[in-house]
Design a protein around this ligand. Structure first.
Ligand code: 3PG
Length: 212
């Protein structure tokens, strides 16, 4: 099993895949891979998200697929049974963390305050999602948190864009940035997957310059 933190650090960008049709989730993931990305977060925000995750895990071997928007321990178990290689949550929930730990799979729970971060630290986590990054104080907040929690790594998500991606990645404590800007709904609905590939390629280029 590859080290997922290393893969995230190498990818630098973690796109969100939201679909209610497994075929579309696969198309999106292939388009992202064609743009040079190697990790996706399939979000549990549709009725068929689990099928989408499984389809990506089975049919897009060039992608490491994780599950996002995992709210409950039951969802975490289901995600891991359907091919998720990591779990992302919008918030920090002990039961969800416990499932991930039981299976030895990385979990990136969302935090936005020092208390939540300290709780994550004391649960033995070394990497968290910083969410929603732009509303939680953005880059200044992240610098302040990382100066205190010196061993923690962060995945800022929520408001990350091509305009601020390089600034987030310039912070050494940032492992990778997550976001939905790479998978715009209008382009996907229109079947314009080349837009997704172009956005992924642009993000890869920004990320490589920001963090060679
Ligand atoms: C998430 O679930 O991580 C956020 O909804 C992503 O935020 P974004 O749409 O601003 O990238």
């Amino acid at each position: 099993m590859p080290d997922i933190n290393e893969l995230l650090a190498k990818s630098r960008v973690v796109p969100l895949v939201q679909a209610d049709d497994p075929t579309i989730a696969v198309e999106i993931s292939r388009a992202l891979a064609a743009g040079g990305l190697s990790v996706v977060e399939v979000v549990f925000r549709t009725d068929r998200a689990l099928e989408c995750l499984q389809a990506v895990a089975d049919q897009v071997p060039e992608m490491i697929a994780g599950a996002g928007t995992v709210l409950t321990a039951v969802q975490a178990e289901a995600a891991l049974a359907n091919g998720a290689k990591f779990i992302v949550s919008p918030g920090l929930d002990d039961a969800v963390v416990a499932v991930a730990k039981k299976h030895g799979v990385p979990i990136y729970p969302g935090i936005m305050t020092p208390s939540e971060l300290q709780h994550a630290y004391n649960l033995g986590l070394d990497t968290v999602k910083f969410f929603p990054a732009s509303i939680a104080g953005g880059i200044p907040a992240l610098k302040a948190l990382s100066s205190v929690f010196r061993s923690m790594r962060f995945m800022p998500t929520g408001g990350v864009s091509p305009e601020n991606l390089a600034d987030f990645l310039a912070i050494p404590a940032v492992l990778a940035c997550g976001g939905s800007w790479l998978t715009p709904k209008d382009a996907i609905d229109a079947g314009n997957y080349e837009v997704v590939t172009a956005l992924a390629a642009a993000a890869v280029s920004i990320a490589k310059k920001a963090r060679p």
